[in-house]
Design a protein around this ligand. Structure first.
Ligand SMILES: Nc1ncnc2c1ncn2[C@@H]1O[C@H](COP(=O)(O)OP(=O)(O)O)[C@@H](O)[C@H]1O
Ligand SMILES: [Mg+2]
Length: 329
């Protein structure tokens, strides 16, 4: 059976001084039903643009210029605008890092969820309000009936994010895209929101595309992981395999800087340097300028996809060389 969502050859560009600059470049992955797939990478890797490309919400003058995003075989990139709006309302929902910026400060939060439900369904206000109260209870908002009439500024950051999750769930989506859903929250609240997402995913059997720069979050929630660097995938693997035996030098670097692996007071090693801006991405392996393992082909040639183990994909000349060596070539 094919995957619920199949992303193939996805490329998204912004105009640059000397032509279009890709910020998402030839990305391909599957999201299965009821699966949590984490999309991981440092800031500026193209994670949010990948999500926005899937939903056809790339801000202008950016645009998706190649690829396919198939939801049960139907390419979303070919749909008329009205049909795409229905998909966004009913089948794929998204929550963002900053719940504050998505809520209207002058409307009670309950009314905002009621409005979102009524946008997609012919349902009376009384019924939509009852459903909103149930959703508030489901996402762990205490005293949900009273909270319906609260204004955003009367709620903590964690409660506002719960309201956003309730709104995203209100249309019973098959896929939830969560873009750094806990980054703006305190550590204890982060853990609560992650636990909530895990429970909701299990109960509703939703698929989640979880965008994060934090491998601790991956460890809590993900079934599989896709690691992105500078607009491209570098490694895709099951969570356990990726965390116990990362194959790409970039994944290893991310893992070394993961707090859970450090002793208290120890300074975490970081990958030297930063993700360069898209118009300065190297022509070969994009990570080559920061990679400790680089050798002769890395700066010039884009690494091809290798499958070192079933279900595992890596794009790295060094991994390729080892695989070839192992095969006696
Ligand atoms: N409106 C824009 N115009 C031009 N470039 C942009 C715009 N928005 C984002 N980018 C670029 O796209 C790249 C990927 O950004 P983004 O997807 O937000 O990364 P991430 O979510 O991984 O931090 C970044 O290098 C960023 O500079
Ligand atoms: Mg982002």
């Amino acid at each position: 059976m094919s995957a619920l969502l199949e992303v193939r050859g996805l490329r998204t560009v912004f105009p640059g001084e000397s032509g279009p600059v890709p910020v998402v470049d030839d990305i391909a992955f599957d999201l299965d039903r009821s699966e949590v797939l984490a999309l991981v990478g440092e800031s500026g890797s193209g994670k949010s643009m990948t999500a926005l490309s899937i939903l056809r919400l790339v801000p202008k003058p950016g645009r998706v210029d190649a690829g396919a995003v198939a939801l049960e075989g139907e390419n979303l990139l070919d749909l008329p605008v009205t049909a795409m709006r229905r998909i966004r309302g009913r089948r794929i929902s998204m929550i963002f890092q900053e719940p504050m910026t998505c809520l209207n400060p002058v409307l009670p939060v309950g009314a905002q969820v009621v409005e979102a439900i009524q946008l997609h369904e012919a349902i009376s206000t009384v019924d939509a309000r009852a459903r909103t109260r149930d959703l508030f209870a489901e996402v762990g908002i205490p005293d949900p009936e009273a909270r319906l009439d609260a204004y955003p500024h009367q709620l903590s950051g964690g409660l506002k994010q719960r309201v956003m999750i309730a709104m995203a769930l209100s249309t019973r989506p098959e896929i939830l895209i969560a873009d750094e859903p806990t980054t703006a929250l305190d550590v204890t609240v982060q853990a609560q929101i992650l636990a909530l997402l895990r429970d909701l995913q299990r109960e509703r059997r939703m698929a989640i595309l979880l965008i994060t720069h934090d491998l601790g979050t991956v460890n809590e929630l993900a079934d599989r992981v896709a690691v992105m660097y500078a607009g491209r995938l570098v490694e895709v693997a099951e969570r356990r395999a990726l965390l116990s035996e990362p194959l790409h030098p970039y994944t290893r670097g991310l893992l070394r800087s993961m707090p859970a692996l450090a002793r208290p007071g120890e300074r975490l090693p970081e990958i030297p340097g930063v993700v360069p801006p898209p118009d300065q991405w190297p022509s070969g392996c994009r990570f080559s300028t920061r990679c400790a393992e680089r050798f002769e082909p890395c700066a010039d040639r884009v690494p091809s996809e290798t499958e070192p183990a079933p279900g595992r994909r890596v794009w790295c000349h060094d991994v390729e060389r080892r695989l070839d060596g192992g095969a006696g070539k």
